[in-house]
Design a protein around this ligand. Structure first.
Ligand SMILES: *Cc1c(COP(=O)(O)O)cnc(C)c1O
Length: 371
């Protein structure tokens, strides 16, 4: 028997597991001749908005475009500072930069590795206009505290919810706490499509129209040009594929939480590891486990050992936090984040792996620390 292999993520299975349905959907959409801004897109936009519990959503080319577009729609000005976590994708920072603002990365908290509330407070200056927390790894930040700081200092909140569709805080969905948010449908995201795609969630009607206009050459839903815009549209084939996958999305979340619980049960006894919150943990959060990111002693050797055993792992963001990109001009001090990035690693977490695969990964992690 061939040795078991557990790749970090099997991209070909995104296609092969649903091939028959995808072929039918591609045929159906293409046969109508409606490829851009047709019914499949508007249907998916309302399904997505309904799912998350917001008034509107706009399908865009990718989540990064989504962030740039909603920041432009809000109207940030040169010199405006927006506070973000240093543990996020560079896209969170670059979207602020492209929209004309200044991204200010701050430290993470050591309990959940999400943006630190005290670090936000310390970073506020007279130029701060907003806070953009990242709902990382399918977990929502402590939004009560962030809302309190925002209110006290007259700041807006927007969310990078690229990783967090379906995650909740006190029963409220990620992406619905601020003025607007982005969701990513990149293939490896929890709701992944067959290419690049993203969605913006928004409640306010006027802001929705601004976002809509910017994503389609300045044209509003009625086709009238109202302002300068660009082209960043979700296409109909991807929208129809996303509609199809959204129907069974809650099953995907359930499965990811099962996998996380197996990791929890099998690995919690290892003192060398610091695990993420368990799905069974009491509290305000309902997590969807976009990633299973933990901290490990002797991380690099653990990763090498798992690789020798055909187990794929990944260090998030290639191992570099935002404030560590000194060539981009960052000079902030984020000691918790520095420590975290020496120990962080992500184990396989997706719907393609079996319980046996997860147990195999755990066996090997245990073996590494026993020897
Ligand atoms: C994936 C991701 C993005 C970017 O999403 P795209 O759709 O690839 O633009 C932004 N922020 C975070 C936190 C992400 O994980």
């Amino acid at each position: 028997m061939a040795n078991r292999q557990v790749p970090f993520f099997e991209y070909p299975r995104l296609w092969s597991d649903d091939r028959e349905d995808f072929l039918r959907i591609i045929d159906e959409v293409s046969s109508t001749g409606g490829f851009i801004l047709q019914k499949a897109v508007s249907d998916f936009e309302s399904e997505l908005a309904n799912y998350a519990g917001v008034n509107y959503s706009v399908g865009v080319g990718n989540a990064t475009d989504g962030m740039e577009i909603f920041l432009e729609a809000i109207g940030i000005k040169p010199g405006d500072e927006i506070i973000i976590s240093s543990h996020t994708m560079l896209a969170t920072a670059s979207a602020i930069k492209v929209a004309g603002g200044i991204p200010i990365p701050v430290d993470i908290k050591s309990d959940d590795n999400l943006i630190s509330i005290s670090a936000i407070e310390e970073a506020i200056t007279e130029n701060t206009v907003g806070i953009m927390p990242t709902q990382l790894n399918g977990r929502v930040c402590d939004m009560d505290s962030i809302e309190a700081i925002a209110q006290k200092n007259g700041l807006f909140i927007v969310e990078d919810a690229a990783q967090a569709l379906g995650s909740k805080y006190k029963g409220q969905h990620a992406g619905t706490f601020g003025l607007a948010s982005d969701i990513s449908f990149f293939p490896a995201k929890v709701l992944g499509c067959l290419g690049d795609a993203g969605g913006v969630l928004v409640n306010d009607k006027d802001l929705y129209h601004q976002i809509y206009q910017i994503h389609d050459h300045g044209r509003d839903v009625d086709g009238e040009v109202k302002r300068w815009g660009r082209n960043s549209r979700l296409d109909n084939i991807q929208a129809a594929i996303l509609s199809f996958k959204l129907k069974t999305y809650d099953k995907v979340i359930t499965r990811r939480r099962e996998v996380a619980q197996i990791y929890q049960d099998r690995l919690e006894h290892l003192n060398e590891l610091t695990l993420p919150a368990a799905p069974s943990a009491e509290g305000d959060n309902f997590d969807t486990y976009q990633n299973y990111e933990l901290q490990a002693d002797n991380r690099n050797n653990l990763q090498a050992f798992l690789r020798e055993n055909d187990i794929g792992t990944l260090i998030q963001w290639g191992g570099t936090a935002i404030h560590q990109f000194v060539d981009l001009g960052f000079n902030q001090k984020c000691p918790n984040t520095d420590k975290f990035f020496e120990r962080c690693i992500m184990l396989p977490m997706n719907v393609f792996i079996s319980d046996d695969d997860v147990h195999f990964v755990c066996d090997k992690v245990e073996e590494f620390y026993r020897n």
